[in-house]
Ligand binder design. Sequence first.
Ligand SMILES: *Cc1c(COP(=O)(O)O)cnc(C)c1O
Length: 406
Amino acid sequence: MHDSQVFDLIRAETQRQHDTLRMIASENYVSRAVLEATGSVLTNKYSEGYPGKRYYEGQRFIDPIEELAIERAKSLFGVEHANVQPYSGSPANLAVYLALAKPGDTVMGMALPMGGHLTHGWPVSATGAWFKPVQYTVRRDTGRVDFDEVRDLALRSRPRLIFAGGTAIPRTIDFPRFAEIAREVDAVLVADIAHIAGLIAGGAHPSPVGHAGIISTTTHKTLRGPRGAMLMCDAEHAKAIDKAVFPGLQGGPHNHTTAAIAVALGEAALPSFRVYAEQVVANARALATALIERGFDLVSGGTDNHLILLDLTGKGIGGKPVAKALDRAGIETNYNTVPYDTRKPFDPSGVRLGTPALTTRGLTEAQMPQVANWISRAVDAALKSDDEALDTIAGEVRDLLSAYPI
Ligand SMILES: *Cc1c(COP(=O)(O)O)cnc(C)c1O
């Protein structure tokens, strides 16, 4: 049977991804090899358990695939143990709680509006409902983590887990500082590197290895793999983590995803991936400079990584109308809270920008002033509700991108 309804929609989405400047910081383009592994017959197979210890027969080829993914993860990140089965970043984090904490335990993470993730104890998340969350912030004046506050909160609340990482942090995460505090209060440090895993693999961000007891990551952001996740740790926590993922939280692993993770990890170990990771950061820096020159305020005043958080307060417009205007102009972003936002979460003051996807497309620092120009023109057009100007930009974006095949 041919399902032309779904086929046509996928084809249209393919075209959309070709024609738009994709600047959502958590998104990327995967290679054809990753795509093909994801779309393979491995999706037909059940394999609850771990290599060599399965509850179903017929694992002759599945076991070596999972072993390959595990070995590649261990060698790429330099860790003692890797579990490649978590379905995605959120369930991976839930497995960490299940492995190391009891309901009602105190857990610490960065508050969501400050750049943290829901699963670091935010109240609407299961992690905030079932555990006692303590949330740290960033400093008002610098937009950066205040380690005096983190230490004070940790000493007072004695958390079981401390999460370092988030979804809207434009600056280098100081894992050694977090580790020092975790040691002082006998907490386990969980480095959630979902956003920056590819930068770490490519040597463009310091690694948490040797500092964090547990490392949690998605595989589909800067790491440029399929939608999935991994948990990495030292030998001490290996058993607890494996038990928490299966049978604690999940059933059969998604073998097509496991294979695609193995492919992505193989790609990330190539010298060309180091070049990619460095280019992602170079592009973000160049874009930040060009935006500042055009009068934009950036949270923390710039970026060290793949991500920029625009604070539009000074422009007299909210993040949502700007994100909508940018979308019409062929530039895909998301509206985002900024630290100490005075507007509501569903209509906040910020827009988050990322360079991972456009760097995969082949864009370099040379195009970043042009990108900043488009963003600036789109904000002006949004202020004047000038849809025609937005459509003009979308045409220019399409023209530029036609020279950069996926
Ligand atoms: C994206 C992200 C997650 C969650 O990943 P999903 O795959 O969307 O569940 C967890 N933590 C951080 C820091 C993230 O950026």
